[in-house]
Ligand binder design. Structure first.
Ligand code: PBG
Length: 323
């Protein structure tokens, strides 16, 4: 007869005891802030659906990175908006591409900040798909060559970690081989291994100007209904040499973060994506949710599910709060 001997409320009686028994703690060092680099100088344009986040020219991104470092945030992940888009995503792997230029500039000013890059083509193609379009389809194996070139040019420009987000088959091994062949065997690969075809990327596509001009991404990103297949995708990326894996989006896929954590002995990242951020901010702006609490509760849940690394647009306010 458990009651009244067992009274779990005992351990909730004061802030001090709640803190003592808390199972999950957040640390700014586990956050990664996504940044959108655009052409120009002195440009800092707020993204309408993502208040507090901006498209920034290289000089502004450099300043932002100094602040990120001073807040103790784990690192940044860069996305680029090129001057021009074309059919073959040449801006993605150009040595003087927008992300490559940003990497060099950030490295100069904040040499110790951890720099990640998103490796994908959708921001660089005129049609907004993540690879080489043939007919109505994205051709897998041609796209692999672009991805490998892009990752290698990011490494050359100073990226510590490259993160392929395209969901082509075989991209991790294509990237790993190209990196190694060019002397970048120390550059790590964080694979967006279980990336779902999600409605929650909507605001990002405005931010990165990467909405597909026809069709959608369901022939390469995963069906939200498929959990077992997500584990298979993770396994394949690990076999191909991924150092870390990611589940994306985060909150709708906490079950997969947990399963991945239990199964694989590598660092697990989760991406709290644009739509997850925008939903909270929209409710906050309406006075329906408390911003700090919604931010910390969602981040804590993602960590509790098993993600050690969290890519989040809340990195700065959360780091300030954890102070
Ligand atoms: C590039 C990419 C996307 C996101 C990260 N990398 C967009 C997409 O796949 O359509 C989404 C990130 C976010 O929503 O915050 N392929």
């Amino acid at each position: 007869m458990p009651f009244p001997i067992h009274r779990p409320r005992r351990l909730r009686t004061s802030a001090a005891i709640r803190s003592l028994v808390r199972e999950t703690r957040l640390d700014p060092a586990q956050f990664v802030l996504p940044l959108f680099v655009c052409p120009g100088e002195g440009v800092k344009r707020e993204i309408g659906s993502m208040p507090g986040n901006y498209q920034m020219s290289v000089d502004q991104v450099v300043e932002e990175c100094a602040e990120v470092q001073s807040l103790g945030i784990g690192g940044v992940i860069l996305f680029g908006l090129p001057e021009e888009k074309d059919e073959i995503a040449s801006g993605a792997y150009a040595d003087d591409g927008i992300v490559q230029r940003a990497l060099r500039a950030i490295r100069r000013e904040t040499p110790n900040l951890l720099l990640m890059t998103d490796v994908c083509n959708c921001e660089y193609t005129s049609h907004g798909h993540c690879g080489f379009v043939q007919g109505e389809d994205v051709d897998n194996d041609t796209t692999l060559e672009w991805l490998a070139k892009t990752a290698t040019s990011h490494a050359r420009a100073g990226a510590d970690i490259v993160a392929p987000s395209d969901m082509m088959d075989g991209r991790v091994s294509a990237i790993r081989r190209c990196l190694d062949a060019n002397g970048f065997e120390k550059t790590a690969v964080l694979a967006y291994a279980a990336k779902f075809a999600s409605v929650f990327y909507g605001p990002f596509r405005e931010a990165a100007d990467s909405t597909p001009q026809f069709g959608d991404r369901r022939s390469y990103q995963m069906d939200p209904a498929n959990g077992r297949e997500a584990l298979k995708e993770i396994e394949l990326d690990l076999e191909e040499g991924a150092d870390m894996i990611m589940v994306k989006p985060a909150l709708p896929y906490l079950d997969l973060i947990r399963q991945a954590r239990d199964r694989y002995n590598v660092p697990i990242a989760a991406y709290q994506v644009s739509g997850e951020y925008s939903m909270i901010m929209a409710a906050v702006r309406n006075g329906w949710l408390d911003c700090e609490r919604a931010m910390m509760e969602t981040l804590t849940s993602i960590a509790r599910a098993g993600a050690g690394i969290i890519l989040t647009y809340f990195s700065k306010p959360a780091a300030r709060l954890l102070g």
